[in-house]
Design a protein around this ligand. Structure first.
Ligand SMILES: C[S@@+](CC[C@H](N)C(=O)[O-])C[C@H]1O[C@@H](n2cnc3c(N)ncnc32)[C@H](O)[C@@H]1O
Length: 245
């Protein structure tokens, strides 16, 4: 993805929005969803492995918000043969979801809900696991907070929220890849940014979720240095990938 107006964005520190694809960045994501699949699915499999077994055992209903090609939920669906998944995204992105979940052999356990998460309330207290995979950083802070609140409302009382993103440290001095990713969001989204762990924690706590701790201590590198965060009403769990925190 090119970096137009780089100097302007760095000087202002403000997002410049996307003019790089018809329909803005969402349209571009819909085109690229399958391209991101392998990378994100690999990270998602680590998240499944690091998920507490006791909690994982109880997961039957999953909501994959902004599912894209289903990179995150297919990892859970593969590991949990009884789990059923609702994939939520735009109609264009859901075409990629359908293709990919079918390729992964889990399509029969998927339902598809087309919509705009800014205008949709998910079914209340319905899901054991809600996934926010690499979507919060595409939003401005108030929209990110609101999406976390909506996702929390969709959880059953003991449900878990898994949010994955690229997290710089709280003073934004590193790691390098999350910082570069944040710059990418400033350049290509209307309001997005790479948010810190502290910001995630605050939003999550405000949404009634609590008990944060890392999913696993071991650092695992990916080409993008992603960071995954798993959250629940009783435990918020996080895992950093691809760099020191
Ligand atoms: C960066 S992709 C992430 C896809 C997938 N979760 C992953 O990690 O591979 C962001 C996704 O959010 C979806 N999206 C963005 N804005 C949305 C909205 N307002 N309502 C529903 N989906 C949206 C896009 O279509 C895209 O599939």
């Amino acid at each position: 993805m090119p970096w137009p107006r780089l100097a302007e964005v760095i000087r202002s520190g403000r997002p410049q929005g996307s003019r790089s694809a018809p329909g803005g960045l969402d349209g571009l994501y819909a085109q690229l969803a399958e391209g991101f699949f392998d990378l994100n699915h690999r990270t998602a499999r680590w998240a499944v492995e690091a998920f507490p077994a006791r909690r994982l055992r109880n997961v039957r209903r999953i909501l994959d918000v902004a599912a894209g090609a289903g990179a995150w939920s297919t990892a859970f669906a593969k590991a949990l043969p009884e789990a059923r998944v609702t994939a939520f995204d735009s109609p264009a992105a859901l075409r990629a979801t359908r293709r990919q979940v079918s390729r992964m052999g889990v399509g029969k356990r998927y339902a598809f809900q087309a919509g705009d998460f800014r205008k949709t309330d998910f079914a209340a207290q319905t899901y054991d696991l809600v996934i926010l995979g690499h979507v919060l950083h595409t939003l401005g802070p108030s929209d990110a907070r609101e999406l976390i609140h909506k996702s929390a409302a969709a959880l059953r009382p003991d449900g878990a929220l898994l949010a994955a993103g690229f997290l710089p440290n709280d003073v934004r001095t590193g790691p390098l890849l999350p910082l570069l990713f944040g710059l990418n969001m400033l350049l290509h989204t209307a309001a997005g940014h790479a948010y810190t762990l502290r910001q995630y924690r605050n939003w999550i706590r405000e949404a009634g979720l609590h008990g944060a701790r890392p999913l696993a201590a071991a650092a695992v590198s990916t080409p993008c240095g992603g960071v995954g965060t798993a959250l629940s009403r009783r435990a918020l769990q996080m895992k950093r990938w691809g760099g020191a925190s």
